[in-house]
Design a protein around this ligand. Structure first.
Ligand code: NAD
Length: 252
């Protein structure tokens, strides 16, 4: 308990799946959580259910204007910001031949532009607050050839490299800000259910160590997010933390 006590945390895409689990775990460990999402009604439901003074704000991460407004609102309501979880995302099942330029730009407007804008506009307030931790949700798609998620993987690759540039920049400029990327494999969320063509289906996740091929639980990722948000991870920056039950280390 209290591993992120006294910190203010902003989570994007916090209305569902990993973002909702991250928000709940951060609140349980003492953070004041700002649950943001393009879907405000669901973000409000999450903020209400997790308690701990959490609030919900509307934020379409592809809008620079909305980022500026949300950061200003957080400064007004909480006086600072210490943790940014750039989690919002969308998936598109299409290989390079089937991806239109319009769809490619749409995916990247949310996951590449969204992460860029989040870091750009949060860093000044994080600096004013004494520093903090940026956690960018990438994917195993940034590390593998992933033909059926072409635009998605391109965006997640950009998230991976932007993370490292920001981590180094922060050190060069003497900021007390760490920046890491998280790379989940299949975790059972609405996004994965939709991508696999079984929306709304609830899959039982057994307890204990999971055999290869079973999906993980959003709380598995949330545990890593809390660790990266907390000062326990103070010596970790610019890292890519894979959380996939060993999927990417298999030779075939
Ligand atoms: P999800 O669909 O359950 O949640 C995504 C959330 O993002 C939703 O609440 C949605 O409303 C929100 N969102 C979509 N567009 C937005 C926008 N423009 N602005 C703000 N919010 C927006 O999906 P999830 O599985 O929880 O995914 C969360 C993140 O984790 C994504 O970035 C995803 O790519 C990444 N990820 C997930 C998995 C997995 O196995 N679930 C694996 C690798 C990476």
């Amino acid at each position: 308990m209290g591993r992120v006590e006294g910190k203010v945390a902003l989570v994007t895409g916090g209305a569902s799946g990993l973002g909702a689990a991250d928000s709940a775990a951060l609140a349980r460990e003492g953070a004041k959580v700002v649950v943001t999402d393009v879907n405000l009604v669901s973000a409000q439901a999450v903020a209400q259910s997790i308690g701990g003074g959490a609030i919900a704000l509307a934020l379409d991460v592809s809008s620079e204007e909305q980022w500026i407004g949300v950061i200003a609102e957080i400064e007004k309501q909480f006086g600072g910001l210490h943790v940014l979880v750039n989690n919002a995302g969308v998936v598109l099942n299409a290989d390079v031949e089937d991806t239109s330029l319009e769809k490619f730009r749409w995916v990247n407007s949310i996951m590449t532009d969204g992460v860029f804008l989040g870091m750009k506009h949060a860093i000044p307030l994080m600096n004013k607050s004494g520093g903090g931790s940026i956690i960018n949700m990438s994917s195993v798609g940034a590390l593998l050839g992933y033909p059926i998620y072409f635009a998605y993987s391109a965006a997640k690759g950009a998230v991976r490299s932007m993370t490292k540039s920001v981590a180094v920049m922060a050190q060069v400029k003497g900021y007390k800000i760490r920046c890491n990327s998280v790379h989940p494999g299949a975790i059972e969320t609405p996004m994965v259910q939709q991508a696999e063509g079984r929306p709304g289906q609830v899959q039982e996740i057994p307890a204990g160590v999971l055999p290869h091929g079973t999906p993980g639980h959003p709380d598995d990722v949330a545990a890593l997010v809390v660790f990266l948000a907390s000062d326990e991870s103070r010596f970790i920056t610019g890292a890519e933390l894979v959380i996939d039950n060993g999927v990417t280390i298999r030779p075939f």
